[in-house]
Ligand binder design. Sequence first.
Ligand code: MG
Length: 290
Amino acid sequence: MPMRLLSFVYGGRKDYGISLDDEVVPSSELSRVLGKPLPPTLDELIGTPLVDEVVSLGSRAFERSIKLEEVEIIRPISNPPKIICLGRNYAEHAAETGSQLPSEPVIFMKPRTSLNDPFSDVLVPDDYTSEVDYEGEIAFVVKRGGRKLSEEEARASILGYLAFNDVTARDLQRRDKQWVRGKSLDGFAPIGPWIEVGVDFEELGIFTWVNGELRQRASSGEMIFKPWEILMVLSRGMTMEAGDLIATGTPAGVGAFSDPPRLLRHGDLVEVEIWNVGRIRNRIVFESLR
Ligand code: MG
């Protein structure tokens, strides 16, 4: 049964828990039901086998819950050991950038300081970049890592899925040849709104809207390297760790490669929805204009 792992603020205090339908069960109640203490953050919980115990609680009756609408949902994790992103993982997007289909995953990384909340502004240092773009993506969180993962191990290593906006400064990306600086500005990775656990990869897809206009639409079936294949290839030489966040690449329809280009402007509202998971919604705010 699908359920969500989420982090939130309630009563002025950061907490995490699970959400079923429109209820949130806070960590204190999960701890009471399990009869053992839980770590203080979802990042830390994911690093322990306790995450499986929490997920297995499923929809059992809880004594204490909070209405979902009463909490402020924040980024589910804020301290992943790694944030790995794929480029060109959809054929149509590779074509729009003028690239060949990759024979191996094309990867880069973003720093933890790029993470942002699911409904917060993306602040753009517009004295530093003038070509900001969106990339709606399906991301997943690693539950168990390791080296040289088999397909079975890789599949079992996926904790769940979430929406990811790989916000990109195209001018910096182009100037540097490689992508790190243009992908790494503070807040250029809104994620969430939660980690959906127990949903089938085949049932996922992406919608990206800018100011209500649909710009990207793709199903997970169009992805070239599937999540478990990404883990299998990467883990041949890099240890995957619990809590690693992997963004699986954007489909066609990003602004820079539209004709004419449609880059983001001050005040634009970008929404990324992963089907059967949820939607994040972030306003673009230029620092010189706020
Ligand atoms: Mg991307």
